[in-house]
Design a protein around this ligand. Structure first.
Ligand code: ADP
Ligand code: MG
Length: 352
């Protein structure tokens, strides 16, 4: 991707919090499920109430109440990243939070028949498709699941243990063997995402695990040549310019990763045994490692420790540097989950 000499602020991860509406159980139990969060949208602050005496206030890039629409969340969290990907930079959008707080609703909801319900994946692809010229540009997707540090193809589930390869010269990350399916229209997008979703369910049922234990990663690959002639060459690197004669079409490649992370809840306290403990260790490994990278970016550290887990190795070229990154942390409203909510908020704060 081209250099943009970006400021510190554009490198850091932008973080929004989204509070899920109360569910029927929480509504039915009334006071038992008292709300522990209060938003101050003007100052983009969230107040988290521990009890009657103790309350902390946290600032984010944006705070979304239970009334926030999918459209608004897309526009604030993902659209700037998508626009920068259309310009040729890489980017990442992630959802982090306890199981049941709305990660999949936020990023993966299809909303095939109700456009207002659509989540970030569908909206991003729609935006990209409508911005491209199909004579010269191409868009393709890969859809993967990362479970127990093993990468599986959600579009071709027989492919497991897919390696993660980094090009020594360009730093470009690829997953040899994973399907890369070119898409033409939104109907095709729904078809593929549905297949991915079904495969995620099927493989988790087979392994007797919950989908909340795995990360789902959508990679949108863009290849554009249509806009290059109109623009001046400042967005192209010098060697590309030297290698190709001026009249050859130049191709701008970029990618967008949209990640529905595994549930952030601690697993150890449920007294799990055997492979459950292995599982807990690995899930904590990738989320812990992600937290360290986000923290390092926020501190403008020269070293981002992306090699510690498969998740961060996949994110490596789409995270930090010239890539734009957004994180939505999702929380439930109820005081029952105070401690999980608090740790989710603290994870988000590490990026600020
Ligand atoms: P997660 O992926 O974090 O485990 P889900 O996205 O599956 O959580 O959400 C749990 C439940 O809450 C689902 O039934 C989902 O439809 C609902 N839900 C989550 N967020 C919202 C929201 N903002 N508005 C309406 N319903 C929501
Ligand atoms: Mg989910």
């Amino acid at each position: 991707a081209p250099e943009n000499g970006g400021s510190t602020d554009s490198c850091r991860v932008r973080v929004a919090v989204r509070v899920r509406p109360k569910n029927s159980e929480e509504l039915a139990h009334g006071a038992d499920f008292d709300s522990c969060v209060e938003l101050q949208p003007e100052s983009k602050r969230l107040k988290l109430k521990k009890n009657n005496w103790s309350c902390e206030s946290y600032k984010f890039d944006e705070v979304f109440s239970e009334n926030a629409s999918q459209k608004r969340v897309y526009e604030v969290v993902a659209k700037p990243v998508v626009e920068s990907v259309l310009e040729g930079y890489n980017g990442t959008v992630m959802a982090y939070g306890q199981t049941g707080t709305g990660k999949t609703y936020t990023v993966g909801r299809l909303g095939k028949h109700d456009p207002s319900e659509r989540g970030i994946m569908v909206r991003a692809l729609k935006h990209i498709i409508s911005s491209m010229s199909f004579e010269t540009d191409r868009v393709a997707i890969s859809y993967l699941q990362l479970y127990l540090e093993s990468v599986q193809d959600l579009l071709a589930p027989e492919k497991t243990n897919i390696p993660i390869v980094e090009d020594a010269k360009t730093g470009e990350v690829s997953l040899p063997g994973a399907a890369i399916v070119e898409i033409k229209d939104l109907e095709h997008v729904f078809q593929l995402l549905q297949i991915g979703e079904a495969n995620r369910h099927a493989s988790n049922t087979k392994m007797n695990t919950e989908s909340s234990r795995s990360h789902a990663i959508l990679i949108i690959h863009l290849q554009r040549s249509s806009r290059i002639k109109e623009e001046n060459s400042c967005s192209l690197s010098n060697d590309t310019h030297d290698i190709f004669p001026d009249d050859l079409p130049l191709v701008l490649k970029s990618k967008l990763l949209i990640v529905d992370l595994a549930g952030s809840e601690r697993i150890d306290k449920s007294g799990s045994e055997g492979h459950m403990i292995e599982e807990a260790k690995f899930i904590n490994l990738s989320l812990t490692s992600l937290g360290k990278c986000i923290n390092a970016l926020a501190e403008n550290s020269p070293h981002i420790p992306t090699r510690d887990s498969k998740l961060t190795r996949i994110l490596r070229d789409s995270f930090g540097g010239t890539a734009r990154t957004s994180l939505v942390v999702t929380i439930g409203p109820s005081s029952r989950h105070y401690s999980e909510t608090s740790s989710t908020i603290l994870f988000g704060q590490r990026a600020m």
